[in-house]
Ligand binder design. Structure first.
Ligand code: ATP
Ligand code: MG
Length: 396
C-alpha cells in the first residue's frame, strides 16, 4: 500500500473497530513497540501457550521469540485477552494489530474440572464424616433412652463423650439411670425383706390356729393364712426375678414348650400347642435360663387359664427370633391398662377379687424373667377378643 494511503486506511479500520464491525485494532507507530519490558518468564509462558495451540491445530508454531514473520521484521506477543502483532513496514514504521485471543485449552479445562470434582468429593467426605461424628452420640443417647424405657433394671451407663452439650445430656442420663435403678433395687429389697420376715410370724400363727375353736372360724382363718402365705411366696419370687445366678444353656425351645404344655394337660388344664415353625424336623435352639423361661411362660399360661379358662401356645419364627405366643379367648385387658399390668401389684379392677385374681405380680415376674433371658415380652388384645402375650427370644 502506498505510504500516503496508510494513515487513511488505518483510521477507517479504527472506526470500524470502534463501531464493532471488526475485532482487530490497528495502530501505526514510528518505532518498534517496547515489549521487552514484560517479565521474561511471563512472555515465554504465554508464547509456549501459543506454541501448544499451534501444535494442536497441526501448524508450525512461531519460535519462542518469534521476531521474523517471513522476510519481514515483526514481533508477536500474547497479552491476554489479546494477541498482539507488530510488523515493520518498508519505510521503517510499525503496524500494530491487536486481536481478541481465545485460549482453547481443553486439557487445562479438564484438569480444572477434575480438580473441582476431587475437591468436591473430599469436601463431601469430610462433611459426612463430621456430621456422623456429631450425630453418633445423639444416636447412642436415644438408643440408650429407648433401651432404658424398656428394661430400666439392666440399662448400662452411657459413655460421656462428644461436644459439651452431648456430654451434659449423657451425664444427666447416667445420673437419672442410677437414681432410678437405685430406687428399683431399694423397692425389691424392701419387698424381699418384708415378705421374708413375714414368714416367721405367719408360721407361728398357723401353728396356733390348730387350737382355735369353733372349727368354722378356724377354717376361715386358715384360708386367710394360706392366701397370705401365697402372697409372701409371690413377693419373694418377684424380688428374686430381678437377678439370677442360673447359667444360660442351649435348649430346644420346641420340646421345652411341648413338655410344659403336657404338664398342664396332666393336671387337667386346657392348653393346646400349635407349632407354626417352618423346619419342624430340626431343633429350634435358643440360649436361655431354662428355669427363668419356665417361670415366665408359667405366669402367662396360668393367667390365660385363670382369666379365660383355656390357652393356646403358638410357636413361630421371625428372622432370627423365636416367638412364643400365649393366646386366650377371655375378656382381654382394657387398652389403657396394657402397660400398667406389668407393674408389681397392679391388677385390673375386675380381678381384685381374690377367688379370681392373684397377687398382681405374675406379669411383673414374667417380664423380669424375659429380660433375664434377653427376650422381649409384650401383650396385646386380639382383634376378636382375648389376650395375646408374645415372648421374642433370639435364636442361638
Ligand atoms: P398373680 O399372677 O400374681 O397371682 P395376677 O394374675 O392378678 O396375680 P398378673 O399376672 O400380673 O397378676 O396380671 C395382672 C392383671 O392383668 C390381672 O390381675 C388381670 O386383671 C390381668 N390379666 C392378666 N392376664 C390376663 C388374661 N390372660 N386375660 C385377662 N386379663 C388378664
Ligand atoms: Mg397372674
Amino acid at each position: 500500500m502506498p505510504r500516503s494511503q496508510r494513515e487513511a486506511v488505518v483510521s477507517r479500520m479504527s472506526d470500524a473497530y470502534e463501531s464493532g464491525a471488526i475485532k482487530e485494532r490497528l495502530k501505526l507507530t514510528q518505532a518498534a513497540p517496547d515489549w521487552s519490558t514484560e517479565a521474561d518468564h511471563e512472555v515465554s509462558r504465554q508464547l509456549s501457550h501459543i506454541h501448544r495451540i499451534f501444535e494442536n491445530a497441526g501448524t508450525q508454531p512461531p519460535s519462542a521469540k518469534a521476531r521474523a514473520l517471513g522476510d519481514v521484521n515483526g514481533l508477536i506477543r500474547v497479552h491476554l485477552p489479546s494477541l498482539e502483532l507488530a510488523v515493520e513496514l518498508s519505510d521503517g514504521t510499525w503496524l500494530q494489530i491487536t486481536t481478541p485471543y481465545d485460549v482453547d485449552d481443553r486439557a487445562l479445562v479438564w484438569a480444572q474440572r477434575a480438580f473441582l470434582i476431587v475437591l468436591a468429593l473430599i469436601t463431601i467426605t469430610v462433611v459426612i464424616w463430621l456430621v456422623r461424628r456429631m450425630t453418633r452420640p445423639i444416636d447412642d443417647l436415644s438408643r440408650a433412652v429407648e433401651e432404658f424405657g424398656r428394661h430400666p433394671e439392666i440399662a448400662k451407663p452411657l459413655r460421656e463423650e462428644g461436644v459439651r452439650e452431648i456430654r451434659t445430656a449423657a451425664h444427666s442420663f447416667n445420673r437419672m439411670r442410677s437414681q432410678i435403678q437405685g430406687n428399683m433395687e431399694e423397692r425389691s429389697r424392701i419387698i424381699a425383706a418384708m415378705t421374708h420376715d413375714l414368714r416367721t410370724p405367719l408360721t407361728k400363727m398357723q401353728l396356733r390356729l390348730e387350737r382355735v375353736e369353733p372349727a368354722e372360724l378356724r377354717g376361715k382363718l386358715q384360708d386367710a393364712v394360706f392366701t397370705m402365705r401365697e402372697m409372701i411366696e409371690q413377693g419373694l419370687e418377684f424380688a428374686r426375678s430381678l437377678s439370677s445366678k442360673e447359667e444360660m444353656t442351649r435348649i430346644d425351645l420346641r420340646s421345652f414348650v411341648q413338655s410344659m404344655v403336657d404338664d398342664y394337660a396332666d393336671v387337667g388344664k386346657q392348653v393346646q400347642f400349635v407349632d407354626e415353625t417352618e423346619q419342624k424336623d430340626s431343633p429350634l435352639v435358643v440360649s436361655a435360663r431354662a428355669l427363668c423361661l419356665k417361670r415366665c411362660l408359667d405366669n402367662l399360661l396360668s393367667n390365660a387359664c385363670a382369666y379365660a379358662g383355656s390357652a393356646q401356645l403358638l410357636l413361630q419364627t421371625e428372622k432370627d427370633l423365636a416367638v412364643v405366643s400365649v393366646c386366650d379367648q377371655g375378656p382381654g385387658i382394657p387398652e389403657e391398662c396394657l402397660e400398667q399390668v406389668f407393674e408389681p401389684y397392679f391388677r385390673v379392677e375386675h380381678s381384685r377379687n381374690r377367688t379370681f385374681g392373684g397377687t398382681g405380680l405374675g406379669l411383673a415376674i414374667a417380664r423380669n424373667m424375659a429380660v433375664l433371658n434377653g427376650a422381649d415380652l409384650t401383650i396385646e388384645n386380639r382383634p376378636h377378643g382375648g389376650l395375646k402375650a408374645q415372648l421374642r427370644l433370639p435364636t442361638a
